[in-house]
Design a protein around this ligand. Structure first.
Ligand code: ADE
Length: 239
């Protein structure tokens, strides 16, 4: 899949897309992230991309024309792609939305800076908005990096173990179970739960499911409201 990012800081996006699972997905050509600076689409010697708000007030607003031209330039490169504006005013990003985006062959992420973008872009150029949480960042770039990471790791072949995405927190609608690795007893004398050392795979699966259910109940009971046990989970718990 391909993600085009419109940003005044293309190097930030390109650097973020080099590391870890996303970096590997890029190397394997499972994911192609391109960054575009709307300054290249701006006019005049100063290539101005922002200006003072009409009606007065503090801060600057990103101008309609450079962004519009940038979107058109990207859309001309290949198939039409939806434009997603990252903003605290959009609906909150969820794992469901991430899964939906992961199946979209191509989309464009638009990162704002300053006080935001000219409102006229919403009517003609932007298809949807997304927020990564109820707090205000100084620009959309960190939010774009979050979307790229969450979507990139779901590309077929991006994760080493094919099952690990399904086992993630939210991947199956529950929070993840606890994980342990060596040593079996740490420096404080804290030991790994016996069941994980037992070699009994059914018992381990049952323990993990119970831990996931318990954690979800304690920390995010809202997730359990629409979640029913699958027949396989019910069978495991009945054993
Ligand atoms: N830009 C600024 N704050 C943001 C947020 N919380 N989510 C997405 N984009 C943003």
């Amino acid at each position: 899949m391909r993600i085009d990012v419109i940003t005044l800081f293309p190097e930030f996006i390109l650097e973020a897309a080099k590391v870890g699972v996303v970096g590997r997905a890029m190397e394997r050509k499972l994911l192609d992230v391109q960054a575009h600076n709307p300054r290249e689409d701006a006019e005049g010697v100063h290539r101005k991309v922002d200006d003072r708000p009409f009606g007065g007030g503090p801060g600057m607003v990103m101008m309609v024309e450079p962004i519009r031209r940038c979107i058109q330039r990207i859309r001309a490169l290949a198939d039409p792609a939806p434009v997603i504006y990252l903003s605290p005013q959009g609906p909150r990003l969820t794992q469901n939305k991430v899964e939906q985006l992961a199946k979209t062959p191509r989309f464009i992420l638009l990162c704002g800076r300053y006080e935001g973008i000219d409102e006229r872009l919403f009517e003609r150029d932007i298809d949807e908005e997304l927020s990564i949480g109820d707090y205000v960042l100084s620009g959309g770039e960190l939010a774009a990096a979050v979307v790229i990471d969450a979507v990139g790791r779901l590309q077929e072949g991006a994760l080493g173990d094919a099952e690990s995405a399904a086992q993630d927190s939210f991947g199956n609608g529950l929070l993840d179970c606890p994980h342990y690795t060596r040593p079996p007893v740490d420096g404080y004398g804290d030991a790994v739960p016996d069941v994980l050392m037992s070699g009994n795979h059914r018992e381990i699966a049952k323990w993990r499911l119970k831990q996931s259910l318990g954690r979800t109940w304690l920390r995010r009971p809202d997730l359990l409201q629409s979640r029913v046990l699958t027949p396989a989970e019910q069978k495991l718990l009945d054993e």
